[in-house]
Structure formats: structure tokens, C-alpha cells
Design a protein around this ligand. Structure first.
Ligand SMILES: [Zn+2]
Length: 411
């Protein structure tokens, strides 16, 4: 899915001649202010899984009991790879943070421009309920800001299909496990503002969003009228399996029941009264490509489609916990083992923890593991004892040294 930059500014003459036939076409479209917006990728990495996801999505939407996602409960860990050209201005962390803010605003209906939505669509406004956060834990378990930085050759301008971007050895940045992180690459792009992969559309190592710095975040290098982070809001919509409202015109189908068919995309800031294909259009829908100020909503149907994609195709994001604060997740003080010495049983009592369950391992004095399992915070658990001796119980902390307790068994 590509969103074109409407004013290509970086052509040299040679490139222009080389690409002239293509440019002519695009130029005509730009000239008519009727840009064919996102070219659908022809990649189809796993059609069987795509089909299965489509079936799951239908069932999910038809069975409201399944729609258990409530606002703010789901956290999506994001890693932003900034791949800057040698001659380019650096993108500050602040610009990255504003993009996360923009995603959370628009995916949780916290935007204040609902007046851009025609009254006829007020009851279709959906809340997706995803929270986005910069990862705090890297794939190797180390603390991270959720931002990586690379400088690359000035020749490296991304076009969809280029693989250099996904490879640290080729001047790009290799993805973090795309099952566990939403990877966003910020880099100079060729003709397009943004590019995203739908579930199973590309190989895992190329899965995520690519965005030009001018369309990324709010403030900084983000350039009006695309300075509200909404190009990424749109691209992340694709990432969660949304299509455009206007693909294939009046004959098209975005597989969402409450989005009216739309003949073509809108540019600039359309009148909210526009219609096509015999019905009023949701000009303010994020899956249009209007100016940032003029985009304001997903529909309920789109929200559910995205939720289904998360549950079925991208559930590794939910289970990652990659945004937990880098604090001890269980403190030694919160764990008590008694009686000590113990004779026939001992008790492990766990107080508060940010973990839902805490893995433990019990070792004898020779270092051999005699037991393992899970304990739950705010609970006590009885254990039968082992033969006489000293035992060490190790409780796993996610980002700190494990907590170790000693118990002496003597009966
Ligand atoms: Zn698009």
C-alpha cells in the first residue's frame, strides 16, 4: 500500500529521463489533482493464511461476544528504525514520540476534529482500542528507547520492493521480530509517503510500515498539511488489514460493511457532503488520503476488522509485554517463604507484582533443579518438602536479576 508524495523534489535529470514514461503517467495524474493513491502490492506471501484470516474476521464480526477488546487494554510495542541519509537532517526522538501520541489519539477516538465527520456517520464512528508504545525491552531482553538509528548512503532511497532497508548489512536496519513488534522504518522514500504490509502479505522480515520523514509525527520535519501523524495512522490501518475505501472504485470492496463504496480518493480537504457511487462518502475516514486536519474516524466495522487481524494474525504483539516499564517486576520483599526451616511443607507467599504470574525454579544445594512452576501475585501456595537440605528458589524477574530465596528443610 503506497501513499504518494504529491510533489517529488529529488529527481536528477538522468533519473528523470529514465523514468520519463512512468513520470508522465504520474505527472498527468498529479496535474489532474486526481492521484491514484496507493498502489496495492502484488506480493502475496501466504494466501492460505490470508484466506483463513478473512474467514476468522467474518466470524469475529458476526459474533459480538468475541469482541472483548475494550479501550486502552491492548498495547502494541513499536520499534522505530530511523535510517537517515548522510546528507539528511536528523530526526529527533521528540518527533517519534509525537507519532506515538498521534496513533493513540486516533485509535482511541481522542481526536478533537469530529466536526469533520458528516452527521450521517456519527453513529458509525469506531474506537479501535489499541494503545501504541515505544518498546522498552529489546528482543534480547535489554532496555531500549524503542528507537534505532542508522546512517545510510545518499543513494539509498526506498522504493517498495527494495530489500536493502530490511538488512543492516545493506545499509538499512534489520527488523526486530515482526511477530512481537510493529516495526516502523522512517527513511527517505521515492514518490510515496508511506508503505505498509497487510498480514501475511510479505515475508516476516519485511513486515511493517515505511514512512518518509516529512509525513512522520507531528512537528519537527513533518510538513503541513500532513503534519498530524495521520499518514502513519492510515498505514497502520493497512498493517491491521484495512483496505482503502476507494480501491477499484464503485466496483471495489474493502470487506467492511459500514463503509460506503467510494469511486476515488479525495485530495486536499474535501467537503463532508461529497458523494459517489450513489451514496454519501466518509471523506473523513482515515483510509482516505485527505489532509491531516480533515481525517477523523475509523468506522466500527473497520475497528472490528483491525481487532480481528490483531487477534488472529498479529497476536504476538499482545503477548510481548515489550512496553512494560523497566522496573523490577517483582521485588524480593514481596516474596516470603515460610516456615523456615520447614518440615512437611512450606509456603510461598507473593505480594504485589506487575507480572500476572511469576516463574519459579527450585534447586538443591548441588544446583540440580527439583521443581519448577508458576506462582501468582497476591496469593499463597503450599509445597510439599523434599529430603533434608538447603534449597534455593529462584523467581524470574523480567528485566532484573532473579529474586532468590533460601529454604532449609529439616524434619
Ligand atoms: Zn493506503
Amino acid at each position: 500500500m503506497f501513499q504518494p508524495i504529491t510533489y517529488p523534489s529529488f529527481f536528477n535529470k538522468k533519473l528523470f529521463i529514465l523514468l520519463f514514461p512512468l513520470l508522465l503517467n504520474i505527472g498527468q495524474l498529479i496535474g489532474q489533482n486526481n492521484i491514484k493513491n496507493c498502489f496495492t502490492s502484488t506480493t502475496n506471501f501466504n494466501p492460505a493464511l490470508q484466506e483463513e484470516l478473512e474467514i476468522f474476521t467474518k466470524n469475529y464480526i458476526n459474533n459480538p461476544n468475541q469482541s472483548a477488546i475494550s479501550r486502552g487494554k491492548i498495547t502494541i510495542p513499536v520499534v522505530v528504525h530511523i535510517v537517515t541519509q548522510e546528507s539528511e537532517v536528523e530526526i529527533l526522538d521528540e518527533q517519534v514520540h509525537t507519532q506515538i501520541t498521534a496513533l493513540n489519539r486516533d485509535y482511541n477516538l481522542e481526536n478533537d476534529n469530529l466536526d469533520r465527520i458528516h452527521p450521517a456517520f456519527q453513529d458509525r464512528i469506531g474506537t479501535v482500542g489499541f494503545n501504541f508504545c515505544l518498546a522498552t525491552i529489546a528482543p534480547d531482553g535489554s532496555p531500549t528507547t524503542g528507537i534505532t538509528r542508522r546512517t545510510t548512503s545518499d543513494r539509498n532511497i526506498f522504493s517498495p520492493g527494495n530489500l536493502w532497508l530490511y538488512d543492516t548489512n545493506e545499509g538499512g536496519q534489520t527488523a526486530w521480530d515482526t511477530n512481537k513488534y510493529l516495526n516502523i522504518w522512517v527513511t527517505k522514500t521515492d514518490l510515496f509517503a508511506g508503505y505498509a504490509t497487510k498480514p501475511f502479505q510479505n515475508p516476516p522480515e519485511q513486515d511493517g510500515v515505511v514512512i518518509s520523514p516529512r509525513f512522520f509525527g507531528m512537528g519537527g520535519l513533518a510538513t503541513p498539511p500532513f503534519h498530524l501523524g495521520r499518514t502513519v495512522v492510515h498505514e497502520v490501518g493497512h498493517y491491521f488489514n484495512l483496505s482503502h475505501l476507494f480501491d477499484d472504485g464503485c466496483e471495489g470492496n474493502d470487506f467492511v460493511a459500514d463503509t460506503p463504496t467510494q469511486n476515488s480518493q479525495y485530495n486536499g480537504c474535501p467537503n463532508i457532503d461529497e458523494s459517489s457511487c450513489g451514496s454519501r462518502d466518509i471523506t473523513a475516514n482515515f483510509m482516505n488520503n485527505s489532509e491531516g486536519e480533515c481525517l477523523a474516524m475509523f468506522t466500527r466495522g473497520q475497528a472490528m476488522r483491525m481487532q480481528a487481524a490483531l487477534i488472529r494474525a498479529r497476536n504476538g504483539l499482545i503477548n510481548n509485554n515489550g512496553c512494560e516499564p523497566n522496573l523490577p517486576t517483582v521485588l524480593g520483599d514481596e516474596i516470603k517463604v515460610y516456615p523456615n526451616p520447614a518440615s512437611y511443607y512450606f509456603i510461598i507467599e507473593v505480594g504485589n507484582s506487575t507480572l500476572e504470574q511469576i516463574p519459579y525454579f527450585i534447586y538443591n544445594s548441588k544446583g540440580a533443579k527439583v521443581a519448577e512452576g508458576l506462582v501468582t501475585p497476591n496469593s499463597t501456595q503450599h509445597f510439599p518438602t523434599y529430603r533434608n537440605g538447603i534449597y534455593f528458589i529462584q523467581f524470574l524477574n523480567r528485566s532484573e536479576e532473579p529474586v532468590v530465596k533460601k529454604v532449609v528443610i529439616n524434619y
